[in-house]
Design a binder for this molecule. Structure first.
Ligand SMILES: [Mn+2]
Length: 356
């Protein structure tokens, strides 16, 4: 049996602040459009189930149009069964209509059986959700899929993966974390976050899509990128640049292979020996028509001026003078010693080490 696992669609998301205001209506309709594409894909490719592991809607009371859109998409695909788990963003969502191919869960464990595949699910409370694991009981002779929405962790409010070990679970379909990731429950099962279908803002970068599961092949799964646009964070180290035009050239070259339909944030970093005033704006001006949306942040720093520092009456000045005059072994890079010392004095050493 072929199954799709998706979550965190956040239909009806206002997208405020994520992209320029004039692009919001279009982007909101793209979120809906991608869900329809997913339904069509499932139908056309023989996927019998679509697992919706929470946060289908962005708010407890989603706009009526978005709600109607969602339910009409389900009704238009009667060959596919949609298993719907509410998330923390749509916990109040109610629907008045019975849709035969929309199967839901509640605050107690529910189970739907499709041949030898059993899909379990429970809508976890805001607090104390960890206790739910104790009441789950699966038959280890069946193929067992468990749907949950929440954060993996160790507190009483989290989903503790070890609580589910040894229960005969083959696949845990999770929602809540907006990027794809997976890990082992035990020697038998995997837990998987599908991530969201579309990245909305720069806090949701990277490939987005859904997960395909095939229970006929050892319950194997594969992440399939499916978003209409990708949010990309591009950090460019301009430390080696001689001047502003050189830095600009490096930034433009780094973005060369990014598709124009994507949303891009360019972050300039590193240490330079020239004033970068106006560099971010120059980059933005050059790139603004190259992508669906581009934002530029200049987080580069000015390289310390050793010559001037060595004349300063300060701890840094004293250190530089000492480092310049000291005998150092031949294989020792004096410039590097000075850089590391100055980082230590300014309290930036651990950050510097992380970056190298
Ligand atoms: Mn979510």
């Amino acid at each position: 049996m072929k199954i799709i696992h998706t979550a965190d669609l956040h239909l009806g998301s206002p997208l405020g602040g994520a992209i320029p205001a004039e692009k919001i209506p279009e982007r909101r309709s793209e979120l809906l459009g991608t869900f329809i594409r997913l339904c069509d894909y499932a139908d056309a490719n023989g996927y019998e189930l679509v697992l919706l592991a929470g946060d289908v809607f962005d708010g407890d009371l989603p706009p009526r149009d978005d709600k109607e859109f969602f339910y009409s998409a389900i009704k238009k695909h009667p060959n596919v069964k949609f298993l719907y788990l509410k998330g923390n963003h749509d916990s109040m969502t109610s629907y008045t209509e019975d849709i035969p191919n929309l199967l839901t869960f509640g605050p107690e464990w529910g189970c739907y059986r499709f041949g030898d595949v059993c899909v379990y699910g429970i809508e976890l409370p805001e607090t104390g959700g960890r206790a739910a694991a104790q009441t789950l009981s699966c038959n280890p002779d069946e193929i067992n899929i468990v749907m949950l929405h929440g954060q993996i962790g160790g507190t009483q409010d989290d989903i503790a993966v070890k609580d589910y070990a040894g229960k005969g679970i083959d696949y845990m379909a999770l929602g809540h974390v907006h990027g794809y990731s997976c890990g082992d429950i035990d020697s038998r099962g995997k837990y998987v976050y599908s991530g969201c279908l579309e990245g909305r803002g720069f806090d949701e970068p990277g490939e987005k899509g859904f997960v395909e599961i095939d229970t006929d092949f050892g319950v194997g799964h594969r992440f399939r990128p499916f978003a209409s646009r990708t949010v990309r964070l591009c950090e460019v180290d301009i430390s080696e640049a001689k001047d502003k035009p050189d830095a600009l050239g490096m930034a433009l070259a780094a973005l060369e292979n990014i598709p124009g339909k994507d949303m891009v944030r360019l972050v300039l970093k590193g240490e330079v020996g020239f004033d970068t005033a106006g560099l971010a704006l120059a980059a933005l001006t050059r790139l603004k028509n190259s992508f669906y949306h581009i934002s530029v942040k200049d987080r580069s720093k000015t390289k310390p001026d050793i010559e001037n520092l060595s004349k300063e009456e300060s701890l840094a000045g004293e250190f530089v003078r000492l480092a310049m005059e000291s005998d150092m072994p031949e294989n020792c890079d004096r410039g590097r010693v000075i850089t590391i010392g100055l980082k230590a004095i300014s309290g930036e050493l651990s950050e510097y080490r992380k970056e190298r």
